[in-house]
Design a protein around this ligand. Structure first.
Ligand SMILES: [Zn+2]
Length: 210
């Protein structure tokens, strides 16, 4: 960050004692500019034991395979974002009600949070979007394991197929670094769709740690 988005003056990195960290502070109006992680969503869409992957048309990972997904836009819910990205990239329509939370990953060294959903669809019709070269459903033995766009995605896919095979799913929180990963699994004790008084609709899950 070089300039203040409020007044256009230059910003400096300054120590903010209350926060015990350096932040970008405007040299003129004094506004503190906070930097927060970016949130991405991705979806493991399953149809008759096969999972939907798309071949990326852009870097990073151009020509390689990953699950449909992308950045959450301002004003979007996680579910809206993942439904939109899946539709845009593969043409596969996922309903909000089909989505289940699967993995939350912190990639803290690049300040990104990935939220992965899983969904089962009955309609497997694909229409490849402009951000992709191809999109297909793969059985586990057909996955192009050596041509995946992101190394950590291999572990997510293995985990997904393992759970699909047993028909028992957890919610996982992972922490990834350049040196390896750490995964914590949560067991879902109960899941309910609760309509809270206007205007907030809430999907709440009672979660207990395994
Ligand atoms: Zn300013």
């Amino acid at each position: 960050m070089n300039y203040c988005c409020d007044c256009g003056a230059t910003v400096d990195r300054r120590w903010v004692p209350e926060d015990k960290r350096e932040r970008f502070v405007c040299s003129s109006c004094g506004r503190v500019h906070y930097l927060n992680p970016r949130v991405l969503v991705t979806c493991l869409v399953e149809h008759r034991g096969r999972v939907l992957l798309c071949q990326r048309a852009q870097d990073p990972g151009k020509g390689r395979w990953s699950a449909p997904g992308g950045f959450v836009e301002y004003g979007e819910t996680l579910e809206q974002a993942v439904v939109r990205e899946t539709q845009e990239e593969t043409g596969v329509a996922v309903e909000d009600s089909q989505l289940h939370l699967h993995v939350i990953s912190s990639l803290h060294w690049i300040s990104e949070i990935y939220v992965t959903f899983r969904a089962s669809v009955s309609d497997s019709h694909i229409r490849v979007g402009p951000e992709c070269l191809d999109a297909r459903f793969f059985a586990s033995e057909e996955i192009p394991w050596e041509q995946l766009a992101f190394v950590e995605f291999k572990d997510y896919l293995r985990l997904f197929f393992r759970e699909l095979h047993c028909n028992q799913y957890g919610i996982h929180s992972t922490r990834l670094s350049e040196h390896g990963g750490h995964r914590r699994q949560y067991r879902i004790a109960d899941i309910t769709d609760i309509f809270v008084a206007d205007p907030v609709t809430s999907r709440s899950a009672t979660i207990s740690k395994n």
